[in-house]
Write a protein that binds this ligand. Structure first.
Ligand SMILES: Nc1ncnc2c1ncn2[C@@H]1O[C@H](COP(=O)(O)OP(=O)(O)OP(=O)(O)O)[C@@H](O)[C@H]1O
Ligand SMILES: O=c1ccn([C@@H]2O[C@H](COP(=O)(O)O)[C@@H](O)[C@H]2O)c(=O)[nH]1
Length: 260
């Protein structure tokens, strides 16, 4: 059984991902959803460069063992449409601001990846010529196959959705083996563990159980999407060093949501 003690693996220039899958990696291609809120680190708002640098090293470990990595970054550290609407703003305008926030986070993440010598691309669901490439599935798959990390920004490009839905959508589109949701808690619990100290963690959960119990870790649209396409989702704690690599090599990190 793999352990989570991989923090000491080499972090130099990763191998190209168009090589055959190595023995160590359980997955060939993953879609990693990074919580925007978790990018703030210890601050109240914005982006903590230290968090980005640590994530870049962990992502580099995956690329180094030949895993193709697509990433969707949230925007909750900057703007959420629903919160702006509650404060009086038009909802669609708020959602547009939220999606633009995810582009800023993706640019910051790309910067950290490039500083760690990990080749990466940002694509946006909203055309933004001169800043980032417009999302195109076939081009994204070509980049992934050649070993580049691809950051999918601006969510789905449509208001009233979330980046969890965008992550599941892109994961299905790029034919990822798994959607990995990196968050601030250790997995999926029977209730919000941040609010309830007696919350109990699930190691595994079916799509239907997640839907029936309305567990707030992921929105229901996203869970319906993965259920309909039989895409497994693993929810884990992104603040636990080595956890990402551990789950990619087959370790039991966090909670697995699948058909049960
Ligand atoms: N049943 C539950 N199990 C686990 N977490 C839960 C549950 N219900 C609510 N949560 C909350 O969901 C949060 C996970 O969502 P996350 O931090 O990824 O935010 P997000 O809204 O998806 O991302 P972003 O910050 O990018 O908007 C946890 O921090 C936790 O407090
Ligand atoms: O497809 C999408 C994805 C996101 N939004 C808006 O962006 C913010 C930030 O995303 P989080 O998932 O909350 O991190 C979200 O609150 C929406 O306002 C969107 O409109 N469409």
């Amino acid at each position: 059984m793999p352990t989570s003690d991989h923090a000491d693996l080499p972090l130099e220039r990763p191998a190209r991902a168009d090589k055959p899958r190595t023995e160590k990696s359980k997955y060939k291609r993953i879609l990693l959803k990074l919580s925007g809120e978790a990018l703030t680190g210890d601050a109240e708002f914005g982006i903590d460069p230290k968090v980005l640098d640590r994530l870049a090293l962990e992502i580099g470990q995956l690329v180094g063992i030949g895993v193709q990595v697509g990433i969707v970054v949230g925007g909750g550290n900057l703007f959420r449409g629903a919160a702006l609407h509650e404060a009086g703003m038009d909802r669609v305008t708020g959602d547009h601001m939220g999606m633009l926030a995810t582009v800023m986070n993706a640019l910051a993440m790309r910067d950290a990846l490039e500083r760690s010598n990990i080749r990466s691309r940002v694509m946006s669901a909203i055309p933004m010529s001169g800043v980032v490439e417009h999302y195109d599935r076939r081009t994204a798959i070509r980049y992934l196959t050649s070993g580049d990390v691809v950051l999918f920004s601006a969510g789905t490009g449509n208001p009233f959705f979330t980046t969890d839905s965008a992550a599941c959508l892109r994961g299905i589109e790029i034919d990822a083996d798994v959607v990995v949701k990196a968050t601030k808690v250790d997995g999926v619990y029977d209730k919000d563990p941040v609010k309830h100290s007696d919350a109990v963690k699930y190691d595994q959960l079916s799509y239907d159980d997640a839907l029936d119990q309305k567990l707030g870790v992921m929105d229901l649209t996203a869970i319906c999407l993965v259920r309909d396409h039989d895409m497994p989702v693993r929810v884990f704690n992104m603040n636990k060093p080595g956890a990402l690599l551990n789950l990619v090599v087959g370790g039991e990190e966090g909670t697995l949501i699948d058909r049960g």
